[in-house]
Ligand binder design. Sequence first.
Ligand code: NDP
Length: 316
Amino acid sequence: MGEPQEHISCLIIGSGPAGYTAAIYAARADLKPVMYQGMQPGGQLTETTDVDNFPGYPEGVSGPEMMIQLQKQAERFDTDVRSGWATKVDFSGDKHLVELDNGKHVVSADTVIISTGASAKWLGLESEIRLRDIGGGVSACAVCDGFFYRNQTVAIVGAGDTAAEEATYLAKLCEKVHMFVRRDEMRASKAMQHRVMNTDNIEVHFNTETVEVLGEEGVTGVRMINNVTKEEGQLDITGFFVAIGHKPNTDIFKGWLDLDEQGYIINQAGTSKTNIEGVFVSGDAADKVYRQAVTAAGTGCMAALDAERYLAAKGH
Ligand code: NDP
């Protein structure tokens, strides 16, 4: 990595609700935060349509609109919001080095707040991606979007704890939930499997893979195949949920930070602290369980407060 061209007191990497909340708190504490927005300015919420579960928006708000408002709020307190993404880090010294845009710029920072988030995995079907991109009823977050399918019939793909949890969540709202499991058993914990199997309006289709999500403007159905019998089938649905896992955006921190086996950053319980002093984590990069905008925002606040206390203890 080249020599740093700039020194920053508080560097924030990533611009979802965690990053912007960290920025608001850090800026108000006079840490003069600099934020690099990353590959997807605004984060995962820019992929959703309406956000109805973030406190303070009685009429709901669109995901992209909420992110614009968060950016404005962070900038009102003079956060320096920049486009660009972090491509390498060096956390070996007292000052933390971060390379941006493959070496175009290198900064050193007293504190780094990581809020690089996670990305939902998708099946990769053309029909799925097209309907997702037009807000046509394909979602990777049942808690965010399930409400829009009240009393309707939906399908969910996946067989882990997330899929099981989301299927039971959807079952409370929807008339019927079809769950597509690609093997002859689920990966989810036994307790979650029992909950799914004991929910009357969830029908589990084992050995089943999605062939195509049907619909032009919005989801109207799904075609699937039994990968053992090769029998094809079709169901009428209005919502298609994908819950096949997330990938935390933490690759550049490998070798520096303690990560779990799936790549999530391990924080010290009840704090945003990582194993490196002065490096803090917030949002989905460290959270595979809750993954909500409001929980990400909460941990962004924690990271800024932890950074402020760290700097104060160092006499900055
Ligand atoms: P997982 O990686 O555990 O599960 C992903 C599931 O998606 C697997 O069942 C997998 O099938 C399936 N899958 C993957 N790709 C495809 C595909 N292309 N087509 C169809 N199915 C596919 O992810 P989760 O998000 O469920 O969980 C992540 C972690 O978070 C886990 O450790 C989990 O235990 C934890 N978690 C804990 C919760 C809790 O404690 N309350 C709640 C939610 C998550 P296969 O099994 O065949 O590989």
